[in-house]
Design a protein around this ligand. Structure first.
Ligand code: HEC
Ligand code: HEC
Ligand code: HEC
Ligand code: HEC
Ligand code: HEC
Ligand code: HEC
Ligand code: HEC
Ligand code: HEC
Ligand code: HEC
Ligand code: HEC
Ligand code: HEC
Ligand code: HEC
Length: 295
């Protein structure tokens, strides 16, 4: 029994050795150049990242945006210079504990970065900057109105020292909607003639001192005629050498100015002769309707 077992084992050992030798030869015969043993077949697709080996980095804005999509989008579209990391302002967040940590204490304060940038008179930042994430979104409001005179001292002085019907208006009645809005005059007024543009209005009227009217030199006779039809008609019908002159040649600068004849003609006659007559008009008639002197 024992002997039989030993024989069996020896045969088995010899058989294995023979198999190994044969396998080695067969391999050498099949692949004459030795190659390294093939690695175990990798799983398909990219290697899965090992968990718990990466550095933890602060969340980027778009990652905060996964949950706070509204604020992310506001900054994205209207954030202007506030397009900085959320965490530069929100140095702490998700720490609200009712009764322990007050909500207001968590939220960033403008003054931390900007101080009282407009001075103590304009301290309540959110009165005007109504959305921290869109800092230039400043709608018209009574609170903003209180600040106009602080920041726009010159305009405020101008409008108050040159009394006109505009002096009594709130700044925001014209600059309505949002800070910096520029109104069209025609929102409230009819033009003097058809086809007048905003640029035309402003070429004669400064908006804050609308009665300080300076008509541009190139103003057409027809523009003046909108209000001075009689003067225009007389001048046109007279057909003198004055007829084609622009009204502003004789009425330059500030509205209602009247140049003296001498401003253009100097002293056309002898001093002795002129002394006898009070005005040029005694012989020449009126500027709009010269009495033709012959030539
Ligand atoms: C320039 C600074 C600044 C940046 C940048 C900023 N925030 Fe804010 N955030 C504030 C301030 C200030 C408040 C408090 C506003 C208030 O008092 O109503 C606030 C409020 C919040 C609130 C609370 C809102 C509420 O009404 O309760 C959330 C949520 C928030 N921010 C998320 C974000 C996210 C997300 C980002 C980035 C995508 C971000 N913030 C970027 C300044 C900032
Ligand atoms: C997984 C979702 C999620 C992410 C990501 C996330 N938040 Fe929040 N956050 C919330 C929830 C939920 C609240 C509480 C409910 C609420 O006020 O909207 C909250 C509240 C807040 C508040 C209100 C005040 C407070 O602290 O409790 C701020 C500020 C805030 N988050 C800022 C951020 C910022 C900044 C980031 C990125 C650095 C961020 N959150 C990332 C879900 C998130
Ligand atoms: C963490 C600092 C920080 C906080 C808090 C902060 N800001 Fe700013 N803010 C900035 C930076 C940085 C700029 C860009 C400055 C620059 O480029 O000169 C800026 C610019 C601005 C601008 C000019 C925006 C532009 O596009 O020209 C306004 C307005 C402004 N902030 C208002 C506020 C208000 C209001 C608050 C509070 C609700 C506030 N900021 C809170 C950092 C901050
Ligand atoms: C009465 C309204 C009002 C208040 C109150 C106010 N602001 Fe402003 N702020 C403005 C206006 C209007 C601008 C000009 C915006 C522009 O340039 O279009 C401005 C501009 C700014 C600017 C950018 C100006 C610059 O010099 O670059 C910053 C920053 C700013 N405000 C921060 C603040 C902070 C901080 C507070 C609170 C301490 C505050 N503001 C309070 C109306 C206000
Ligand atoms: C905190 C200071 C501040 C306050 C308050 C303020 N402004 Fe301004 N405003 C500015 C600054 C700074 C500018 C120049 C911004 C620019 O050049 O873009 C400006 C520009 C303007 C402009 C010109 C816009 C353009 O397109 O040329 C108008 C109009 C204006 N402001 C009207 C007002 C009126 C009306 C108020 C009150 C209802 C007001 N502002 C309150 C600071 C202020
Ligand atoms: C009757 C309407 C009206 C009123 C009232 C008015 N504005 Fe204006 N404002 C305008 C118009 C129109 C412009 C544009 C002028 C231009 O384009 O040349 C302007 C321009 C401005 C500007 C920018 C140009 C400049 O002159 O510096 C500022 C700042 C301004 N206004 C501030 C104010 C303030 C502050 C008040 C109140 C004290 C005020 N405005 C009242 C119509 C008005
Ligand atoms: C928000 C409305 C509004 C806007 C915009 C406006 N005005 Fe006026 N304006 C008035 C009111 C109200 C009066 C007084 C009643 C009237 O004459 O209609 C007035 C009066 C005037 C007067 C007469 C002033 C006086 O004291 O007799 C002139 C000139 C004038 N506006 C020019 C302009 C010009 C130019 C513009 C554009 C730069 C303009 N207005 C924009 C409301 C406005
Ligand atoms: C060629 C210059 C000129 C132009 C352009 C002009 N105006 Fe006038 N406007 C005047 C003169 C001059 C007066 C009369 C002022 C006086 O009574 O002394 C006047 C008066 C007004 C008055 C006071 C009421 C009235 O009708 O007499 C208003 C309002 C007015 N203008 C609005 C406008 C508007 C709006 C525009 C643009 C559509 C405009 N103006 C364009 C020169 C001009
Ligand atoms: C919107 C109407 C209007 C327009 C446009 C207008 N004016 Fe006048 N103008 C008047 C009014 C009103 C008076 C005052 C009339 C009075 O006192 O009887 C006047 C008076 C005058 C006077 C007389 C001054 C005096 O002391 O008797 C002259 C000159 C004058 N305008 C020239 C012009 C010229 C030139 C233009 C064109 C560049 C012009 N006006 C455009 C309304 C206007
Ligand atoms: C050659 C110079 C000259 C020209 C061109 C001229 N004026 Fe005159 N205008 C005067 C003089 C000078 C007066 C003062 C009265 C006089 O001596 O005739 C006057 C007076 C006026 C007056 C006030 C009294 C009156 O006669 O109605 C008005 C209004 C006037 N001009 C408007 C106009 C208009 C509008 C035009 C263009 C269509 C115009 N003027 C062109 C020189 C001129
Ligand atoms: C803006 C300048 C200007 C003013 C002011 C002016 N004129 Fe003239 N005048 C002229 C011009 C230009 C002519 C044409 C000259 C030429 O063709 O040789 C002229 C021509 C004349 C002529 C010659 C007419 C002819 O048919 O030969 C007379 C006369 C005259 N002016 C008188 C006057 C009187 C009087 C006044 C004052 C009431 C006056 N002028 C104001 C510019 C002016
Ligand atoms: C006593 C009447 C009288 C008075 C006053 C008078 N003129 Fe004359 N003026 C004339 C006569 C006549 C002529 C035409 C004959 C000539 O060419 O000398 C004339 C011609 C002119 C001419 C045209 C000259 C040319 O070369 O064609 C001008 C311009 C003129 N006058 C301007 C004036 C002015 C300006 C005044 C006031 C300072 C004035 N005149 C005062 C009678 C007068």
């Amino acid at each position: 029994m024992e002997f039989k077992k030993a024989i069996g084992s020896a045969v088995a050992v010899i058989a294995i050795i023979a198999l190994v030798i044969w396998a080695g030869c067969a391999e050498r015969m099949a692949a004459p150049t030795p190659t390294p043993a093939p690695a175990p077949t990798p799983a398909p697709g990219p290697e899965a990242p090992p968990l718990y080996t990466q550095e933890v980095e602060p969340l980027k804005p778009h990652e905060c945006g996964r949950c706070h999509i509204t604020f992310y989008n506001i900054i994205k579209t209207e954030g202007t210079k506030h397009q900085i990391d959320c965490t530069r302002c929100h140095t702490q967040f998700h720490v609200y504990r009712p009764g322990k940590v007050q909500y207001e204490d968590i939220l960033p304060k403008c003054e931390t970065c900007h101080g009282q940038i407009h001075g103590a008179a304009l301290a309540g930042c959110s009165n005007c900057h109504i959305e921290a994430h869109a800092p230039l979104k400043i709608p018209a409001s009574p609170k903003l109105e209180e600040g106009c005179s602080v920041c726009h001292l010159e305009v405020d002085k101008d409008i108050k020292t040159h009394i006109s019907a505009h002096t009594d208006l709130d700044c925001s009645s014209c600059h309505h909607t949002k800070h910096g809005y520029i109104p069209e005059c025609m929102e409230c007024h009819e033009p003097h003639t058809e086809g007048m543009t905003q640029a035309d209005c402003l070429s004669c009227h400064p908006p804050h001192t609308p009665l300080k009217i300076v008509c541009p030199d190139e103003t057409t006779q027809e523009t003046c005629a909108a209000c001075h039809k009689k003067a225009y008609d007389v001048l046109k019908e007279s057909a003198t050498k004055h007829t084609e002159l622009l009204c502003t040649k004789c009425h330059p600068g500030q509205h209602r100015t009247i140049l003296k004849c001498e401003a253009c003609h100097g002293k056309p006659h002898g001093v002795a002769m002129l002394k006898k007559f009070k005005t040029c008009g005694e012989c020449h008639g009126v500027a709009h309707n010269l009495i033709q002197t012959g030539s």
